[in-house]
Design a protein around this ligand. Structure first.
Ligand SMILES: Nc1nc2c(c(=O)[nH]1)N[C@H]1C(S)=C(S)[C@@H](COP(=O)(O)O)O[C@H]1N2
Ligand SMILES: [Mo]
Length: 426
């Protein structure tokens, strides 16, 4: 670099530093500890802090390739899946995404929530096949490599378990305890429509029965309309092959549909004129109404949102706080997220992070200055169909309290005078 360019680069760097300091300084002016202050009286006296040169600058760091498959910093060791404690982990079990510790909308593969009804099978892809049969002209038995030869696509979508949380489990401490059975990733695979066209579906085909190759042989009936629309057979998740817990080597992906229907380790697609009425669409995943009748085949997950920061077990300080969280709807894009900082008396529209994607998590943010008085904060999502996320009272008025699945009620956080955040739904 010649001297002139060096000078101008360092000038623009200085200008950048001044500008960004101004922004940060302005935003947290009201906070107790202004960012960038040289005398940090909260830190233990430590030779690594300014103006000293920290230890990790005094010798070269680790070699490239010291971690052939990278893992997070050891200082982030607490950001892990939330696995219920004091509970035997039977093969039918779940783990939750630590949504309160994540930013943006993409869930890292190692933190994706899990729900297994018969444990995680270890499948050798060379010995796995996908069979397509029933009301078709040409039954197919495909290898994983056969599936990968079809035209592919990648789409970003959320996946959510329909018991997230159940009607009776709104007592958790953290955002993850409450609604950690939701994650979002980029899915790559083949549109299911292409595979069905290859097999040639016969007139009268109305359902596709998908079966998983796990010990539970999880089986669900999918309406043919969805199969010919945006359904996929996926093999990759966030760029790499599916994790075993997410259905390696092949899984059904039905954007916006309840998690249970997204059959993992899929081995068979049976094209029929009737649903199969499996355990998961009769005794489970149905909602018993006050009339004694049950809602069956709830396909799409309805609009929902939760504030992830500040949220349960966190502690805030007086002054500036950014309120942020996630919203999603199985019916399409999120149109609006309103936030209340007065227990629902008044609402303010949060900013939605672009791009807002259909059937994907959407990040919302609202700047807020807390005056130190106890408050209840909450968020309310509206999707592009105009549907508004209900309060628990609004949700249970028509549905009653016998239901277990499909609870998309507004979640409340209580903030005490000392800044401690707790579950405000009790
Ligand atoms: N074969 C099979 N598919 C399955 C399941 C299962 O136990 N076996 N669990 C279902 C349920 S209840 C949910 S919520 C999602 C969970 O997907 P994930 O573990 O990738 O988050 O997968 C669904 N697909
Ligand atoms: Mo689920």
């Amino acid at each position: 670099m010649d001297q002139k360019r060096k000078d101008s680069a360092s000038r623009s760097r200085r200008r950048f530093l001044t500008d960004s300091t101004a922004i940060i300084g302005g935003a947290v002016a009201a906070a107790a500890a202004p960012a960038g202050a040289l005398a940090d009286d909260k830190a233990p006296s430590n030779g690594n802090l300014p103006p000293n040169v920290p230890e990790w600058m005094k010798a070269p760091g680790a070699d490239v390739g010291s971690q052939p498959y990278g893992t997070p910093s050891p200082f982030e060791k607490n950001v892990i899946r939330n696995i219920p404690k004091n509970q035997p982990q039977y093969t039918s079990s779940a783990s939750r995404t630590p949504i309160q510790d994540l930013d943006g909308i993409i869930t890292p593969n190692g933190l994706f929530y899990e729900r297994h009804h018969g444990g995680i099978p270890e499948i050798d892809p060379a010995q796995h096949r996908l069979m397509i049969h029933g009301l078709v002209d040409k039954p197919l038995v495909l290898t994983v490599e056969d599936v990968r030869r079809f035209p592919s696509q990648s789409r970003i979508h959320f996946l959510e378990c329909s018991g997230n949380p159940s009607y009776t489990a709104m007592k958790g401490k953290t955002a993850s305890d409450l609604v950690g059975l939701v994650s979002c990733g980029e899915w790559t695979g083949v549109p299911l429509k292409i595979l069905l066209q290859e097999a040639g579906i016969k007139p009268g085909a109305k359902w596709v029965i998908a079966e998983g190759a796990d010990a539970a042989a999880m089986t669900r009936s999918i309406p043919i309309e969805k199969c010919l629309d945006d359904a996929m057979i996926v093999y990759s998740q966030n760029g790499e092959r599916l994790r075993p817990a997410q259905g390696y080597p092949l899984r059904v992906f039905l954007p916006g549909f309840e998690g249970n229907m997204n059959i993992k380790w899929v081995r068979r697609l049976h094209i029929t004129d009737e649903p199969v009425y499996s355990r998961e669409e009769t005794s489970k995943y149905t909602d018993l109404l006050p009339s004694g009748k049950a809602r069956q085949f709830t396909f799409y997950m309805e609009a929902k949102s939760i504030i992830t920061r500040p949220s349960g077990t966190q502690k805030i300080e007086k002054g500036f706080n950014e309120i942020t969280g996630i919203a999603w709807s199985g019916h399409g894009k999120i149109a609006k997220v309103d936030v209340s900082v007065d227990g629902g008396k008044s609402w303010k529209a949060a900013t939605l992070q672009e791009p807002v994607l259909t059937r994907a998590l959407t990040r919302f943010r609202l700047p807020w200055t807390w005056d130190g008085s106890p408050v209840v904060i909450m968020s309310r999502a509206t999707d592009e169909t105009g549907y508004v996320q209900p309060s628990f009272e609004e949700l249970t008025k028509p549905r009653g309290l016998n239901s277990f699945y499909h609870n998309n009620a507004i979640m409340r956080w209580q903030i005490a005078a000392n800044g401690e955040v707790t579950n405000g739904n009790a």
